[in-house]
Design a protein around this ligand. Structure first.
Ligand SMILES: *[C@@H]1O[C@H](CO)[C@@H](O)[C@H](O)[C@H]1NC(C)=O
Ligand SMILES: *[C@@H]1O[C@H](CO)[C@@H](O)[C@H](O)[C@H]1NC(C)=O
Ligand SMILES: *[C@@H]1O[C@H](CO)[C@@H](O)[C@H](O)[C@H]1NC(C)=O
Length: 352
């Protein structure tokens, strides 16, 4: 059981770690966000260690700034479900020298048949304490139904009344697993996916599964675009999508000019092109002398040329050239420099 919590939280921590390790340089006390004079919000070391076995802090706000990864619209998508064994998360914060006022303006369960609204251990509105102080967010499962419930937390922070801190109100949507792990005398027969029945007749799941009978597989990051997690880390994708997490689309018509297929029948065009299949150039005057359109009437010119349309300059005899023609790129010093969306020696492979 404990190992499973640790595994889950390692993933959670990992998601944070990607961007945060830079911030919490432990050796230099000047770099420690707890010591500088401005607002900070973090999950403290003791708490993280309890979950993950790692001695580290996880920061959301440092030096009066909400960290950019919190604001990434994809942030929530990649977080794993908070497992049933974890029923609260402790945070620490401090305002430092300035005055900050907070308001937890949303504490919401999106599935009240499973999870009650999150509860905060402090008043929902008030002043952020000057010195580091802890509070908890409790995630109360109803107790008699199992499942995964999305919940939302909203946090507004104002430096002066009416002046919100950049990036707030924070709107986080997370997911919590609740499982009614009642003893079941038939546990032996029912625990699925290599789960085993313990002395209390409750299923203990093997890594990668959860639920009363370990019937639910865990995929991290979550399957996207309506894919189903069929076994740990394996998504089954709906028609039109592909990729490990169903993140990629299948485009009926090819995306042109270096565009990428990002969703079912949706191209993401490279700079300089637009249209459903990136078929239109933003350069009304076509780029001359082998230039590539890079923006509205802006061309990227090959060596020796300049001007918005690469009209200035004259072709020098090529000192070097690529033996074989570059398929989707420009020959520079004997090497093909590929257009966006292409790679390979001759730029003949398309990136997904
Ligand atoms: C979390 O906070 C609660 C009080 O809100 C405290 O009782 C508990 O010990 C804290 N847990 C950790 C791991 O810090
Ligand atoms: C258990 O679930 C039923 C509905 O299925 C509900 O009416 C009841 O209040 C719940 N009991 C507890 C203790 O949560
Ligand atoms: C995912 O599971 C749901 C419910 O079982 C089903 O309706 C849906 O078709 C499945 N989607 C895929 C892509 O397998």
């Amino acid at each position: 059981m404990l190992l499973k919590i640790i595994a889950m939280l390692k993933l959670l921590v990992f998601a944070f770690l990607l961007t945060v390790t830079r911030v919490s340089s432990r050796n230099d006390p000047k770099n420690d966000p707890r010591n500088n004079g401005d607002l900070a919000l973090w999950i403290d070391e003791k708490q993280v260690k309890m979950f993950s076995g790692m001695s580290m802090e996880i920061y959301a706000i440092v030096n009066g700034n909400v960290l950019p990864y919190i604001l990434d619209p994809n942030f929530e998508k990649y977080l794993p479900v908070i497992p049933s064994e974890v029923s609260y998360v402790n945070f620490t914060w401090k305002a430092g020298m300035k005055k900050y006022y907070y308001n937890f303006d949303r504490l919401q369960s999106f599935d009240e048949s499973i999870l009650e609204a999150p509860v905060i251990s402090i008043k929902t509105k008030g002043r952020v304490p000057k010195r580091p102080k802890e509070f908890s967010i409790l995630l109360p499962c109803l107790g008699n139904s199992s499942g995964v419930a999305p919940f939302g937390i909203g946090l507004l922070i104002e430096s002066r009344k009416g002046k919100p801190l950049n990036g707030t109100p924070l709107r986080l949507k997370l997911r919590k697993e609740c499982s009614q792990r009642n003893p079941d005398p038939e546990c032996d027969k029912k625990c699925a996916n290599q789960g085993w029945c313990n002395n209390e007749k409750i299923c203990q799941c093997s890594e990668g599964y959860m639920g009363q009978y370990c019937q639910t597989a865990l995929c991290y990051p979550q399957c996207m675009n309506g894919g189903n997690c069929t076994s740990p880390g394996i998504c089954s994708c709906p028609p039109g999508f592909q990729g490990r997490h169903c993140e990629g689309g299948i485009c009926g018509e090819k995306c042109l000019n270096g565009g990428k297929c990002v969703q079912k029948d949706t191209c993401e065009c490279s700079k300089g092109y637009y249209g459903p299949h990136c078929e239109y150039s933003k350069c009304i005057i076509p780029c001359l002398n082998g230039g590539k359109c890079r923006g509205i009437n802006k061309c990227r010119c090959p060596q020796g040329f300049r001007g918005d349309h690469c009209e200035i300059g004259k072709a020098k005899p090529h000192r070097s050239s690529c033996k074989l023609a570059c398929k989707h790129g420009t020959c520079v010093d004997n090497t093909c420099v590929c257009d966006p969306g292409w790679y390979g020696r001759l730029c003949h492979h398309m990136t997904m």
